[in-house]
Design a protein around this ligand. Structure first.
Ligand code: HEC
Length: 131
């Protein structure tokens, strides 16, 4: 019996090590959000969830030009509208940070802001969309 247990010990050890690695990977935090990573995330999400209606002529949705975006008046209003209503008839189906990333992408892409700030409810506060 003792012999059996000793033989299994390395196996058990390997199992524990693998378990620790898996646990560590699951707990490791994602890298901190930078303006660049938020923009890239927003671009990918926009292409996946929005462009099919907004980036073709004629599209199901209006072209999101600078003028059209400016009608939302503020970054917060654009975020709130988008989160509530978009994708069309599927509002609120993305995560809050994903809506912020899409909003950041649209604002940078159309020259409303420089890509030097991570957009959030705090940083968007008071940000008006002037053409
Ligand atoms: C299935 C097609 C469809 C998809 C996908 C879609 N939209 Fe729309 N979008 C529309 C339509 C249609 C309207 C016009 C809605 C209205 O006037 O009530 C609209 C309007 C908008 C407006 C307001 C434009 C204006 O005239 O002021 C914004 C901003 C917008 N969409 C952003 C987005 C974003 C961001 C996404 C991706 C998360 C998205 N949309 C996905 C169809 C779509």
């Amino acid at each position: 019996m003792l012999f059996e247990t000793q033989r299994q010990a390395p196996l058990l050890f390997t199992f524990y090590v693998l378990l620790l690695i898996a646990f560590g990977a699951a707990c490791s935090k994602p890298p901190p959000l930078t303006p660049e990573t938020q923009f890239t995330q927003g671009k990918g999400l926009y292409e996946a969830y929005c462009a099919s209606c907004h980036e073709i002529d004629p599209g199901i949705g209006p072209r999101l030009t600078k003028e059209v975006l400016a009608t939302r008046l503020s970054a917060t209003a654009l975020f709130t509208y988008t989160r509530k209503n978009m994708p069309y008839e599927a509002g609120n189906t993305l995560q809050e940070d994903e809506y912020w990333a899409i909003t950041a992408y649209l604002l940078v892409q159309h020259g409303f802001i420089e890509n030097d700030v991570v957009l959030s409810s705090e940083t968007a506060d008071g940000l008006m969309l002037e053409e």
